[in-house]
Design a protein around this ligand. Structure first.
Ligand SMILES: Cc1ncc(COP(=O)(O)O)c(C=O)c1O
Length: 417
């Protein structure tokens, strides 16, 4: 028999084992100052490209004012208790009505955090007789929700519609035998590479196969579609999304999330999602703040327009300068390089220390071995000068990489921190 603590101290987990080398710099970095394109990192100003503050609302003076007033009026505690017991307010209900109407669904329900909410949505919707079919690049909240599903589940390779058809044939055959149903789960915008879930093609499959469709549009909400209602709107298939989900953590620059669907389904979720029934209601400042953000998102299209102006300048500039930005169709902008993880860490250090650019790096296993992805998240708060500067720096970085400048010793020559 082993002591559990002994094991944990030894193994430390897939990321924890890098704690000594990476904490405070690559992992758990502290960005200080007001949320803006320029923040402080380890005492100096950096141009930040890694916050999902798409519409630039996080530090908008009107948003800050409403947040502060709501906190002063209600404090952070109100309402006490879970929604079902003692945590209900008219503002929670008003926010739900506004969200539902914005995403063109009859009803909506708030979730305390998107991650927990999604786990519970999947858990509540499915019984052991149902079969889940999901995209291989689904977010952890979808994968973890599926871990709670005791029935069958089939994965299709990312956006592979031919394979999805195969999985649907298997799923439908099993569901028919067990008298269960089929739930297809995918995302609107895939947050790593910025490509879109093929919601139009998936929706078309509904004519042939009987299934319900659950879409996580965390990155599409506020950024995609004519009004910002997401990728369903972008493709003109919003009605085919049976259960729509988004977090407030990105365009809404807040905390919380919501699920929207027909009324009886939302009523079912409201009475069955364990992560909401057994957890405290969203605090009032979050709810009042979300009402304000949603109002701006709907009635001030200039934020989305500015986001796309920056996004287009960034993506076309990168492409014109010979960069591979993959298949993105959204603001999320991956820049791919060939290189080792060691070269990748050196690039990040060089960017932060010598060019004052802060962006995230993604390495194997999220991207194939030998590939590095620098992930740039444009926002409405960035300027065209920020874009221009970043493209120039990236061009220099590419030259240095090709010349072998980032081979392992380089990092030692840089003064980190
Ligand atoms: C696609 C996707 N789904 C769900 C979540 C989880 O949302 P939350 O931060 O509200 O828990 C995230 C990240 O925030 C996400 O990127």
């Amino acid at each position: 028999m082993e002591d559990i603590f002994d094991r944990l101290k030894k193994t430390r987990g897939p990321l924890g084992k890098y704690q000594e080398k990476a904490e405070g710099y690559f992992m758990f970095p502290e960005l200080e100052g007001e949320i803006a394109p320029r923040m402080n990192f380890l005492g100096k100003e950096v141009l930040t490209w890694s916050l999902n503050n798409y519409l630039g609302l996080a530090n908008h003076p009107e948003v800050r004012k409403v947040d502060a007033e709501a906190a002063a009026k209600y404090g952070m505690a109100y309402p006490m208790g879970a929604r079902m017991m003692s945590g209900q307010t008219k503002y929670h209900k008003e926010l739900e009505e506004n969200l539902a109407s914005f995403v063109c669904k009859p009803s909506a329900y708030l979730l305390n955090y998107g991650y927990q909410g999604m786990v519970s949505i999947i858990d509540s919707l499915l019984t052991r007789n149902d079969v889940a079919v999901y995209d291989s690049e689904s977010h952890a909240c979808i994968l973890d929700g599926l871990r709670m599903h005791i029935g069958k589940r089939f994965v299709f390779p990312h956006n592979d519609m031919q394979n999805l058809r195969k999985q649907l044939e298997r799923a439908v055959a099993i569901a028919q035998k067990q008298n269960g149903g089929v739930l297809v789960i995918t995302e609107g915008v895939f947050g790593m590479a910025g490509d879109l879930g093929k919601l139009d093609e998936i929706a078309a499959l509904k004519k042939e196969f009987k299934f319900r469709l659950l879409v996580d549009d965390a990155h599409g909400f506020g950024t995609m579609g004519k009004t910002g209602a997401g990728v369903g709107e972008f493709y003109g298939v919003q009605d085919e999304i049976d259960v729509f989900f988004s977090t407030f953590a990105k365009s809404m620059a807040g905390i919380g999330a919501f699920v929207a669907a027909e009324k009886e389904i939302i009523d079912f979720l409201k009475y069955n999602m364990r992560s909401q029934i057994f957890a405290k209601s969203l605090p009032m400042p979050m709810v009042i703040g979300a009402l304000k953000r949603l109002d701006m998102l709907i009635n001030e299209p200039q934020h989305k327009e500015k986001l796309w102006q920056i996004t287009k300048a960034l993506q076309s500039g990168l492409k014109e300068n010979g960069f591979d930005i993959g298949k993105t169709q959204s603001p999320v902008t991956p820049v791919y390089f060939n290189g080792t993880v060691a070269q990748g860490t050196n690039i990040v250090v060089d960017l932060r220390e010598n060019y004052n650019i802060f962006c995230s790096i993604v390495v194997y296993p999220v991207v194939p071995k030998g590939v590095l992805m620098l992930r740039i998240i444009p926002t409405a708060a960035h300027s065209l000068e920020d874009v221009q500067y970043t493209i120039e720096v990236f061009s220099e970085i590419k030259k240095k990489l090709n010349k072998g400048y980032y081979d392992t010793e380089v990092m030692q020559n840089m003064k980190v921190g």
